[in-house]
Design a protein around this ligand. Structure first.
Ligand code: FAD
Length: 397
């Protein structure tokens, strides 16, 4: 054993990142009889979806002007359906919610973490290692040969047959020095910083309009940066609580706390319903909507998404609009054809240079515009599932 290594772990599949895609990838590979190691640098499951305290699962349904949309009518079956049944049986979620032209599934507090934990706990073949960060990768020819990870000062070497990159940012390609798809600086979207607000009195759904109105006034009257006018509000599980979502550029990440304090003071000073409101917790980090993708055998494009393109090797369906959070305009949507969907081909999950690398979730091989649609939770969970099945198929072959 290499003297610099404290421990060696051997598995069939190593999944990097325990966001929604990583957990679904690990569980599916384990269901296929493979020995799986799921590695996550943070101390929680669910990645961005967990820390950003999402209240809705997007990407589960086709967009449909007419509605209503049945909770069970998901675009993809498998784990999407398991989530629907879990939320129905444990949290009594029996209806979808319409937001403009699209439908989402409401997500009560802590329900996502509970679902992901239940999924993982049901699979003895999948071992998760939290607080474990991948920091180096060895490559031999067109194969990845071993990974190095750190956990509480311990150095771990991981040996595997297949790697699934669910890091949300193509960590494997970066560390292995292979090509990946980057986002041009001028195309970078606003990032999200979220605060849970409690002790709201007499609030109702009109706060979703009133909060952005006062955010706009804050910018106009206090000379605050323009992007703060895109601050939104989402109601929580009760009328007494909700979520303030600030949208800020990468370059202003360090000022997140200062901005939050100022805008919160201004809004609570003007909105009667919020005069005694308090911030209970924040997302801690500023979360990027953009991601860099693994360079795959095919790059999914905006035309594929908007044209509802189908592929011979299509593995999952998507229908969420291309959603971009732009500094100059706020949110912009481009919709997939009504009642239709596009497919994501298996080639978007397969690396074009490395034979034992699969990518999944928001870092599959897709253009910046296409990622604006695929990056939502519903699509990422199904991508995770598809990547777990692909790993099993590749190993059997
Ligand atoms: C502000 C904001 C609001 C959003 N709102 C919604 C919404 O309301 N509904 C919705 O459906 N979607 C929403 N999304 C999109 C959605 O949350 C994410 O895009 C989706 O969850 C991505 O999942 P993922 O598993 O691909 O990646 P991630 O959630 O990014 O998970 C990647 C994981 O990899 C880990 N990792 C990275 N590097 C390493 C390493 N070297 N070693 C070990 N682990 C590593 C990370 O810690 C992380 O846990 C939102 C996103 C943002 C940013």
């Amino acid at each position: 054993m290499d003297k610099a290594v404290d421990k060696i772990i051997k598995c069939d599949v190593v999944v990097i990142g325990a966001g929604v895609s990583g957990v679904c990838a690990a569980v599916t590979a384990a269901r296929n009889g493979l020995k799986v190691l799921l590695v996550e640098k943070n101390n929680y499951l669910g990645g961005a979806a967990n820390k950003c305290m999402h209240k809705a699962v997007c990407g589960l349904y086709a967009n449909n002007q007419k509605g209503p949309c049945d909770v069970n009518d998901t675009l993809n079956k498998g784990i999407s359906q398991e989530l629907v049944h879990f939320l129905e049986s444990k949290y009594n979620i029996t209806e979808t919610k319409r937001i403009g032209k699209v439908f989402v599934l409401p997500l009560p507090d802590n329900s996502l973490a509970s679902f992901l934990t239940t999924l993982l706990d049901s699979q003895k073949n999948a071992i998760s290692s939290l607080n474990t960060e991948i920091y180096a990768i060895d490559k031999k020819g067109n194969q990845l040969s071993s990974l190095k990870a750190k956990k509480s000062g311990e150095s771990i070497s991981i040996e595997f047959k297949i790697v699934i990159d669910c890091s949300g940012d193509s960590v494997v390609s970066r560390l292995a020095g292979i090509p990946f798809l980057t986002v041009d600086k001028e195309k970078q979207q606003l990032c999200g910083y979220i605060a849970k607000v409690v002790k709201i009195e007499g609030g109702d759904e009109s706060l979703m309009i009133k909060v952005p109105y006062w955010a706009d006034k804050f910018v106009a009257l206090e000379g605050a940066p323009d992007f703060l006018k895109y601050t939104t509000y989402i109601q929580g599980d009760t009328l007494e609580e909700g979520y303030l979502k600030m949208n800020i550029p990468h370059s202003s990440r360090n000022l997140k706390e200062e901005y939050l304090t100022k805008i919160f003071q201004f809004i609570t000073g003007h909105l009667q319903e919020m005069k005694n409101a308090q911030i209970e917790k924040t997302s801690e980090e500023v979360f990027a909507r953009d991601s860099s993708g693994t360079a795959g055998e095919y790059v999914l494009t905006e035309e594929d998404v908007l044209g509802a393109r189908k592929f011979d090797d299509g593995v999952i369906r998507g229908a969420w609009p291309i959603e971009q959070w732009l500094e100059e305009k706020g949110t912009c949507y481009k919709y997939v054809k009504e009642n239709d969907y596009y497919e994501i081909p298996k080639r978007c999950l397969k690396s074009k240079t490395i034979s034992n690398l699969i990518s999944s979730g928001k870092c599959i091989s897709a253009s910046h515009e296409a990622v604006g649609s695929i990056r939502v939770m519903g699509t990422c969970m199904s991508l995770g599932e598809a990547s777990g099945s692909l790993a099993s198929e590749m190993i059997r072959r």
